[in-house]
Design a protein around this ligand. Structure first.
Ligand code: CTP
Ligand code: CA
Length: 223
């Protein structure tokens, strides 16, 4: 892996990463979101820049400062993240964001006042960003993440196929010490012809290992 960084294996390659959560407005002061910290995506952006890539980081709201030498595009909702992603397609796309699967049908114009003892909010499915990118005419080498709490490899392999990806990074989030919103992670990278497990390490270290793997697969085009 170190050699790939010394030789700047991604020199001049345009690489786009989505990171962090999305926020889906309920009204002007409320939203639906999740606990994604953005740490893994930001670490990947930094590692990719170290490998020489021209990085665009499309980030949902998170409390992290953009790594140096990275073009950061801030977005809020899944729909904004999709638009920004399609506007910044390069040779490699890494979908690390925890995109909200649903959004309120419409955000209320004014702050919703409480009234009844219960209420419901109707939700509609958000577009699938990584699937849209993977079926685009200018399809980049496309990498997804799968955060699962059970049958991790089974669900990840299913997503690799269903979303037509070149690689998926499977992440067991049943242990709250690692993965979602933590500093450490442990993952298995799966591509159509192989897989490799990366044991628990800091997200910074894992990001470098993952970028080396992605570069290798991108250069060999999945061999
Ligand atoms: N993803 C995306 N757009 C969405 C939802 C997910 O681009 N609207 C991407 C994520 O960034 C990740 C991959 O798809 O790279 C898998 O996300 P995940 O939430 O595990 O998959 P879903 O298809 O939403 O399935 P699930 O029902 O398990 O949430
Ligand atoms: Ca999801």
């Amino acid at each position: 892996a170190a050699a790939l960084f010394q030789t700047r294996c991604l020199d001049g390659i345009k690489l786009t990463i989505t990171a962090g959560p999305t926020r889906e407005a309920i009204d002007p002061v409320r939203y639906i979101s999740n606990h994604s910290s953005g740490k893994m995506g930001y670490a990947l952006a930094e590692a990719a820049a170290d490998a020489g890539a021209q990085v665009t980081l499309i980030s949902g709201p998170c409390n992290l400062s953009a790594p140096e030498r990275v073009n950061c595009v801030n977005v809020v909702s899944a729909e904004d993240m999709l638009t920004a992603s399609l506007n910044h397609l390069g040779e490699i796309f890494i979908a690390c964001a925890a995109v909200a699967d649903y959004r309120p049908v419409a955000a209320a114009d004014q702050k919703i006042k409480k009234s009844q003892a219960s209420m419901s909010i109707e939700l509609v499915r958000n577009p699938d960003i990584v699937s849209t990118v993977a079926s685009h005419a200018q399809r980049p080498f496309t990498v997804g993440f799968a955060a699962e709490t059970q049958d991790v490899l089974h669900y990840a392999k299913d997503k690799l196929q269903r979303k037509n990806l070149d690689m998926i990074i499977a992440n067991d989030v049943s242990n709250s010490e690692i993965g979602f919103n933590a500093d450490q992670n442990a993952v298995t990278a799966i591509w159509p012809k192989g897989e490799t497990s990366l044991p628990q390490a800091s997200k910074t270290q894992l990001a470098r290992q993952l970028i080396a793997l992605i570069a290798e697969q991108y250069i060999n085009k999945g061999a």
